[in-house]
Unconditional design. Structure first.
Length: 324
């Protein structure tokens, strides 16, 4: 959970997750949909899929006990060099270094590493330096202190050098370039796109669909719709897309809510419209992964953050006496 996510965000998820899945066997046997629902809101959902794969591997090949050898950890799904080093040093007091974004920033400034931080040569050099600095007596505490130093003192902008225990040794500070390191290649800007979704209601039920064949939010549920980089007649295109994908004729009414969210480099504006089936529509779709569910049942399905915001707006509308 702590990969790419801050501690204060993780804590409530961590507690509720352990209540639901208290051991490796429970995690290995869990319904994937229940796992996604418990993780919903943390993002980077491949992590929880790897977590279950790891639990199953530990139950099957390690007697249900987490391995303490570096080679065994690297053989587990989703665990790389950084995660293995963090686990071994913090949980087992084994002398393995860690290099994350915070450590990269601290060491590149401390040793005045001016190369592009995205190159493999730079990264390998960083791992070697981290290993040389590592405390053999208390590697876990040292690694956590190094990461905390980067998170709280050696910040990306305006580092608090006067408070840093390595202030006098820092070569970047001596050269006055601490706020310029680490050097990174310029990444492409964010991709802007529009998404239109239809909240189709019928006799107290609402249409939701399961995302399949996509890398982002795969196996999560959402309201049906489409995404485009172009702005245009969203409502008309939404009607056409629902008919093409689900075989349903709908009438789009007013907009319920607009939600903005960011996934990796994509900045997406989601326009959620209330909709109803055309009077001529006699059959409810059963195509693919579409389902009609009541609001009282919808909590069983994992939703991403944007879809959850739309769902909350719908609940407020229904509670105020509105019905489709």
């Amino acid at each position: 959970m702590l990969q790419q996510t801050q501690v204060q965000t993780v804590i409530p998820f961590f507690r509720s997750f352990l209540e639901a899945f208290p051991n490796f066997q429970a995690l290995a046997d869990a319904n994937p949909q229940d796992l996604l629902r418990a993780w919903a809101g943390l993002g980077y959902y491949a992590r929880v899929r790897y977590l279950q794969k790891t639990a199953r591997e530990i139950v099957k090949n390690h007697g249900g006990r987490f391995p303490s050898e570096h080679r065994d950890l690297l053989g587990l799904p989703g665990i790389g060099r950084y995660t293995a080093g963090a686990i071994l040093s913090i949980a087992f007091n084994r002398p393995y270094p860690v290099v994350d974004g915070n450590v990269t920033r601290v060491l590149s400034r401390l040793f005045l590493l001016t190369e592009d931080s995205q190159t493999s040569k730079f990264k390998e050099n960083l791992w070697n330096l981290a290993g040389q600095l590592l405390s053999r007596k208390s590697p876990g505490n040292f690694n956590q202190a190094l990461m905390e130093l980067g998170a709280t003192i050696c910040s990306p902008r305006s580092p608090a050098c006067l408070l840093c225990p390595w202030s006098s040794e820092c070569l970047a500070r001596q050269e006055g370039v601490e706020d310029q390191l680490p050097r990174k290649t310029v990444r492409p800007g964010r991709v802007e796109s529009q998404q239109a979704v239809a909240i189709v209601g019928h006799q107290g039920r609402y249409l939701i669909v399961k995302r399949k064949g996509v890398r982002v939010l795969c196996d999560f549920w959402e309201f049906p719709g489409y995404e485009s980089r172009r702005t245009g007649e969203l409502k008309r295109s939404l009607v056409s897309r629902i008919r093409r994908d689900l075989g349903l004729k709908i009438h789009v009414k007013e907009k319920l809510v607009t939600v903005k969210h960011i996934i990796t480099k994509h900045r997406i504006t989601v326009h959620a419209y209330l909709a109803e089936l055309n009077p001529s529509e006699r059959r409810l779709t059963r195509r693919g992964n579409a389902r009609w569910v009541r609001l009282s049942e919808i909590e069983r399905y994992p939703f991403g953050s944007a879809s959850t915001d739309i769902l909350n707006a719908l609940k407020k509308r229904v509670e105020s006496g509105y019905s489709i």
